[in-house]
Design a protein around this ligand. Sequence first.
Ligand SMILES: *Cc1c(COP(=O)(O)O)cnc(C)c1O
Length: 362
Amino acid sequence: MTRSERLLMGPGPSNPYPEVMKALSEPVLGHLDPEFIALLDETNDYLRTVWQTSNSLTFPISATGSAGMEAAFVNFVKPGDCVVVGVNGVFGTRMCDVATRAGAEVVKVEEDWGRAIDPQRLLEAHPDPALIAVVHAETSTGIRNDIAPLGENKGGALLLVDCVTSLGGIPVLTDDWGIDIAYSGSQKCLGVPPGLSPITISERAMEHLIPTPQSWYLDLNMIKDYVLGDGARAYHHTAPISMLYALHAGLETVLGEGLKETWARHQSCGDYLHEQLPELGFDLWAQEGHRLPELTTVTLPEGLDDAQGRKILLERYGIEVGGGLGPVAGKVWRIGCMGHTARIENIDRLLTALKEVKSELC
Ligand SMILES: *Cc1c(COP(=O)(O)O)cnc(C)c1O
């Protein structure tokens, strides 16, 4: 099985759209070249559509989703600020860590892994938090947390949402839901390789921007002069030109198909997978009603060894699926169905492989 035949159905990178791989081989321009600046501006316009926002500060951070998470906290959280964080998986846990390092007094609202967090619990966790943070799509468990009720009732708090595995895969309605700060990653549902973190910041959040955040590289005060600057763009760092071509091409592919149509494709692939997997003996693990179409978690049939099963899938069939994390390590699999990967024929390829692996090992 050659590398180009790999089917990435893990929780990490999805298969990029073919147009994206072509864009990566385009000639490199300078990061202050007017032609490149125009492409960046257009990319940010596309991002506003994908985020469903009119926020002027909407752009890709030059690093992966984790840098988006870090930028989202360090620019808005001062030492001593109260930050309420929803924790029902790896990425909520990581948010607590990042907020703590930024000096926040973190109030954790925990829920069992595999279950969604009740928004009311987040809203009642503290009378007057500076910020409420939650993960929209928990990649470690396949759970979707509700966002709209948080925006509606956040009061004076800023609402910060991790949309790394939701943007481009399921509806993310930044403005309608009252999200103030949100970040994503290029490699999940957007169908681009890893390396960029689209972020969007509301005008309300901009009023809370810290003048000199702890991080120099992620300081939005400086980056915004490059992103929003009029013609005279101030140099802050060298934009990763080829990755921006790739993101531009990925967003053009998504918007060319139609954002709603892209969501619908992810949903119908998820629905198909959720219907077929239990028939093969792989029971759905995440709470019903909150299951992500783009990341499905299943328990393993009796007798199927986690490591051995995934090794055969990868080596013989060229299909990558992810293992369980934390409390369910070794007990569940995480099946991604994102971006260009989200096609019925890819699910059929997986189902055929699962059937054969199961009859061989069980
Ligand atoms: C993948 C992921 C991240 C981290 O993004 P990287 O691109 O791996 O740095 C953060 N949050 C969630 C929900 C993720 O799925």
